[in-house]
Design a protein around this ligand. Structure first.
Ligand code: 1DF
Ligand code: MN
Length: 358
């Protein structure tokens, strides 16, 4: 099926998709080994164990797309009308690995992605993968990613072996991200073992619901731990329409204040601002997986049009019609241009020369 009006270069702006995944085949080799270990993580098995072994057409298609950084991917972008992808190492990336493997594989994966971007500079941009297992090495990799690989954003797939970045032992990573002016895309991971049981028994642990619950929790933990009081310039990107957090904002503000006032938990401390203020000032949101006008309009109203970006979530949600659905929405031309192009160019520091002509 072709959509001629939807080819790249046919709109008055570029369509830059900002939560797109890849997976070097070498990472699949490591994953295969992890999946044979006796104590394999239940969420990892439910997620990558499924995609790597399912004979279903969807799984096989996703596996073919994930490993490609050339013509397969570019052909799909052309068919969907996507000019440019901002690409990240697929979840859980290196975060399921042991520390040493994770540190060295993050560098390998970043080099591979940088090579892909060099081959197709007008079509691809990349995010820096890091291993939170070693915060010092993660901070160094952020610097290397910016200074040597020309990438200007970081991807972290939510928790790492059940640990959250609200723990101060990880805050070196935020320090580096703030200093290097690299936003952190807080992307979903499979739920940790302590949380997954009630979701997996109902088939709801994955992208259908569990991802959003767990990643939304992670974002809130950063807010309530005071990460943004300590790092006021830090920017975090959330996909999936902000994992529904804008919809929660009113209640979060009321209940956070009420909880602080009543001294209920030592972990809920007074903050300089309201939870919703951090959401609006320290976050950007993409619509990955949600091509739905009412939700997008609400999110743009809440965040402001400069903080909401287009994303497809290729190859997990490769839907040809979505660009057309989004472009049929009643949206002011400058807001549409911000959504598809300008916000991404600014946030990911995509040089205009690079994204000029496809
Ligand atoms: C799925 C969805 C897998 C998303 C992903 O990475 C992912 C899925 C492994 O549908 O199983 O990134 N997602 O972001 O919605
Ligand atoms: Mn995704």
């Amino acid at each position: 099926m072709t959509h001629p009006t939807q080819r790249p270069g046919q709109a008055p702006y570029l369509r830059i998709a900002t939560e797109e995944a890849f997976c070097p085949s070498e990472m699949l080799d490591i994953y295969r080994k992890i999946l044979t270990e006796p104590q394999v993580d239940i969420g990892f098995k439910s997620l990558m164990g499924f995609y790597m072994s399912s004979p279903s057409e969807r799984a096989q298609h996703i596996m073919r797309c994930l490993v490609d950084l050339d013509q397969v991917r570019i052909g799909h972008m052309d068919d969907a009308g996507v000019d440019m992808q901002v690409i990240a190492l697929t979840s859980p990336g290196v975060q399921i690995m042991d520390r040493d493997t994770a540190v060295s594989f993050a560098k390998f994966a970043n080099d591979e992605l940088a090579e892909g971007v060099r081959r197709h500079p007008t079509r691809f941009a990349g995010m820096i993968a890091v291993a939170p297992q070693d915060p010092h090495e993660a901070a160094k990799e952020i610097e290397r990613g910016v200074n040597h690989l020309g990438m200007h954003s970081v991807v972290i797939n939510s928790h790492t072996h059940g640990e959250y970045l609200s723990d101060q032992k990880f805050w070196q990573i935020f320090e580096a991200a703030e200093a290097m002016d690299t936003p952190i895309y807080l992307h979903p991971n499979a739920m940790p073992a302590g949380m997954i049981q009630h979701f997996i028994e109902a088939g709801l642990d994955g992208a259908i619901y569990g991802f959003g619950v767990e990643t939304g929790l992670h974002a809130l933990r950063l807010i309530t731990a005071g990460v943004f009081d300590r790092f006021p310039k830090l920017q975090v990107i959330l996909g999936h329409m902000g994992e529904a957090l804008p919809f929660w904002a009113y209640r979060l503000d009321y209940m956070h204040a009420a909880t602080v006032r009543s001294n209920r938990y030592p972990s809920i401390k007074p903050l300089k601002r309201k939870p919703s203020d951090y959401l609006r000032e320290n976050f950007h949101i993409t619509n990955s997986g949600v091509a739905w006008g009412a939700a997008l309009k609400f999110t743009q109203d809440f965040m402001g049009p400069d903080r909401v970006l287009y994303a497809m979530d290729y190859p997990y949600q490769y839907v040809l019609e979505e660009v057309e659905i989004l472009e049929r929405l009643d949206m002011a031309p400058q807001v549409r241009q911000a959504f598809f192009q300008d916000n991404a160019e600014r946030l990911f520091k995509i040089p205009p020369a690079k994204s000029a002509a496809v």
